[in-house]
Each structure stands twice: as C-alpha cells, then as structure tokens.
Design a protein around this ligand. Structure first.
Ligand code: ZN
Length: 458
C-alpha cells in the first residue's frame, strides 16, 4: 500500500502538532505536540491518543517547542518505547522545556487537588511526571542536519535547517517510493542569529506551516531602530518579558551590538530567568549552527562577544535583589506573556513608575497580562495587589521566529524538480486560506487545508 498520513493535531490550529505515518509495515509519528491556548483547547491534552502509543515504532521531532514536543512524556507513559529522532540542540532544549513543563503541570495539579480535596471531589492524576520526561529523554537519538538515515525498516528521513530556533528542522521523508516534505516551523529570514531555512526542491507531498499565512512582518531593521531609541531615551528601568528560547538570545546579541558601538547607556542588564539562562548556554554550545555569537554563552571559539553589564541571576534571592534597582537597568525575565514567572515581580515594582518602560517583543495571547498591557490597561492585578500602569508600554513587531506570507511562498517556490501537492498545517483557518490563495494564484500549486483526523495518501 502507499503510505498514509493522518493529521492528529495542528490542523486548522497552531498547536498540538502530531501526524501519524502508516506504511502498512510500520507506524511513525511526526511530532507529538501539546495543545496550548484556552482551557478548552488544553483539555485536548487529557484525551487518550487516537492510536495505541505502543504500536508506534519511532517519533521524528522537528524542534523543541512544546506545541511540537509536549505530549512526548504522555506518549512514553502510555507505552511508547521506540526512538525519538531529533537534532542535538533539539534534544538539549527538550530537556529544559519538558522538565519545566512537568514542574508547572505538577504545581497546577497540586493546587487543583487541594481545592478538590476541600470540596470532596475526586482527585486528578497528572498527565505525566518528571520521571516520564527522563524516560522520554533516554529514548532520544540525535542526528545532524544533512544526513539521510533509517527511522523504521521501510522509511528514511533527513533533517535540514529550518532557521526557526536553534536545532529546528525541516524533515524530508522517503517511504514506499514516495517523498514527503514537512516544513516544521519555518524561520524568518530576518533573524540575527539563525541561518535562512534550507531549500528543498522535490517532494510528492508537502506539509507547509501557515502561522503567518496572511501577512508579512515588519522589517527587523525598523524594529531594532525603534528598540535602540527606546533604550536611548529611557530614564527608568526597562522591563522585557522574554520568551526563553530564541527571542532572549536575539535580544542579548543586539544589546552586545549596541555595547560594542558604545551606544548602550544602561549599566546593568539582568537575565532573570533560569530557563532562559539554560537555553542561552545551549545556543553557546552549538554556536557553529549560528551566524553570530551570543554574549554570556559559553562559546568555545576564541572571539568572545562581550556584554559586561550582563548578569545572570539564578537564585530567587538574586532575583529579589533586583527590586532595589529603581532605574538604569534592563531586566529580561520570563514569562513572555507575563502569565507567570519572575517578570511579574519586576512589573509590580516598576509599572507604577512614570519613567519605567516595558518592551513587548512577542505575541501576546488574549486573556494574558501581557495582552492587557498592550491593550492599554490603566491598572492591573499583580500578586494580590492592584497596580496602576504609569510605565510606557512599547510593542515591537519585527522579532517573529516564523516566516511571513511572502517568505512561505518564496520557500515553496523552490520545489521545482518535483512539485508537491501541498497540505497547509499549523495555522488558523483564515491564515491558511490567505496562503492557499497565493500558492495557487502565484505559483500554480495545488494546495488544500489539512483537516483534523483526515487521512491522506502520500
Ligand atoms: Zn516553533
């Protein structure tokens, strides 16, 4: 039989990436991501897998983000014992990201169970624990970019650099005389650190992400110019709620650039997030995959990029000591949408000050504190207190780690040797529709939107 592929997630939505390849002789899972968003979306993580985890021979992972990897511990808990193939940086980031997810999940379950115990309701069991994360990590098998290798007896794959976060991959897959290409999350060519996404020229079927299928991003140059002006004119502290992987390292790199040019007036830069510090070290370890070196990372090459004002604050005590700094510092702290983490303390100590600045560098989902600030909230509730917002809130739009519409179309245009039939994945319906129109009208491709639980033949 021709191999088939079933979309078990990230179809008409951006999270829960999970595709099952069945060749008749083997079963392979491409991604095993978590559903993320509102409560209803996240409840999908509690449902049983629509296949038997023990029947899967191998998993192929494009990159470490939770919406691509977050259900791996659950898969392992429910009987999957095969190899998980990923690039070396993906494996290292996976350890940081999955351990953090297990910690947060355990904390949430504990709080909910205390409530349930008091009201006499049945207690919840966690979907996965840190032991499941350890087990999943022990099943990881790393492969470099550009090597074609066997994942099951009848299927080969090759990872190619996707330029989205460090270690991110486009997947080429060969099975039963057919070829599938999967874009993974495709990077934005406007990146300070990462290479442009590798091009692929032939496939029978292409799964193409469509997160920003309907628009292009503002240019990085304009974004950096604005960022520089904010820093130059700031008199109070500058708070940057940061995403631990990629965005933080890009910001550190840019601050290093400003410092080298004698343009950074802030005397202190705090990276106040154990997770972002750990991710920065992964970026340093694999510097050969980057265009540029990051300050503070333990780089092995001779040329060290320096940012002397930079301090990594690991402990809670060090983090709390920052509260005494009332002006002149840049404080980079998680979480990126201000839904938890140390940034909430820094916001509490700074939002009410007229001279403070908050720089939003990433997407803010509806219902988050970050979104409330972007939308101009006059007061916010923070750590049990009502805090007035006097600080200036800036939103910088050009830092996306995803290709914009024109870049997606351009990348698909490289499939000239064998033109694939395209299934759009990892996007909301209106973004997919916009991208579909351009692929059909501009490049003459056949392109359709993937539907959840749809099975196609390759
Ligand atoms: Zn991603």
């Amino acid at each position: 039989m021709a191999p088939t592929l079933t979309f078990h997630g990230a179809a008409q939505e951006v999270t829960g990436s999970c595709y099952l390849l069945d060749t008749g002789a083997s079963r392979l899972l491409l991604e095993c991501g978590m559903f993320q968003g509102n409560d209803e979306t996240e409840r999908q993580n509690e449902r049983p897998f629509p296949f038997d985890p023990a029947s899967i021979q191998a998993v192929v992972l494009s990159h470490a983000h939770l919406d691509h990897s977050g259900r791996l511990p659950k898969l392992v808990r429910e009987g999957f014992r095969g190899p998980i193939f990923a690039t070396p940086p993906t494996r290292d980031l996976l350890e940081i990201i999955l351990k953090d997810a297990a910690f947060l999940h355990a904390r949430d379950i504990e709080w909910e169970n205390r409530r349930r115990a008091r009201s006499g309701r049945e207690l919840l069991t966690p979907l996965f624990t840190e032991d499941d994360v350890t087990q999943a990590l022990s099943q990881c098998r790393t492969r470099e970019y550009g090597q074609r290798f066997q994942v099951t007896p009848d299927t080969d794959i090759c990872f190619r650099d996707a330029g989205h976060i460090i270690g991110s991959a486009i997947v080429e897959l060969w099975s039963g005389g057919r070829k599938l290409a999967f874009s993974g999350d495709l990077g934005n060519k406007d990146s300070l650190l990462l290479h442009d996404p590798a091009t692929v020229r032939a496939a029978d079927v292409l799964l193409l992400e469509s997160t920003y299928g309907d628009r292009d991003h503002r240019s990085l140059e304009a974004t950096l110019e604005e960022f520089e002006e904010i820093l130059a004119s700031a008199t109070g502290n500058v708070i940057i709620p940061a995403f631990a992987v990629e965005r933080t390292q890009e910001i550190l790199y840019f601050l290093g650039d400003l410092y080298a040019a004698g343009k950074l007036k802030q005397q202190r830069v705090f990276l106040d997030s154990p997770m972002a510090i750990a991710a920065t070290q992964v970026y340093g370890k694999y510097e050969s995959l980057l265009n540029n070196e990051i300050p503070g990372a333990r780089a092995r090459s001779g040329k060290r990029r320096l940012l002397p004002p930079l301090q990594f604050t690991h402990s809670t005590e060090e983090s709390m000591a920052i509260n005494r700094v009332t002006a002149g510092a840049i404080i980079i702290a998680g979480s990126g949408m201000c839904t938890g983490g140390r940034v909430r303390h820094h916001l509490k100590y700074n939002l009410w000050r007229n001279e403070a600045q908050v720089v939003i560098v990433g997407f803010q989902a509806r219902g988050t504190l970050g979104r409330a600030l972007v939308d101009g909230a006059k007061t916010v509730r923070l750590l049990g207190e009502e805090i007035v917002v006097h600080a200036k809130i800036h939103t910088l739009g050009g830092f996306s780690a995803h290709a914009g519409q024109s870049q997606l179309v351009e990348w698909a245009g490289h499939f000239t040797e064998r033109r694939p039939h395209i299934y759009l994945v990892h996007g909301e319906p209106e973004k997919m529709a916009a991208l579909q129109t351009r692929l059909i009208q501009q490049l003459g491709f056949s392109a359709v939107e993937a539907r959840l639980e749809q099975t196609i033949s390759i």
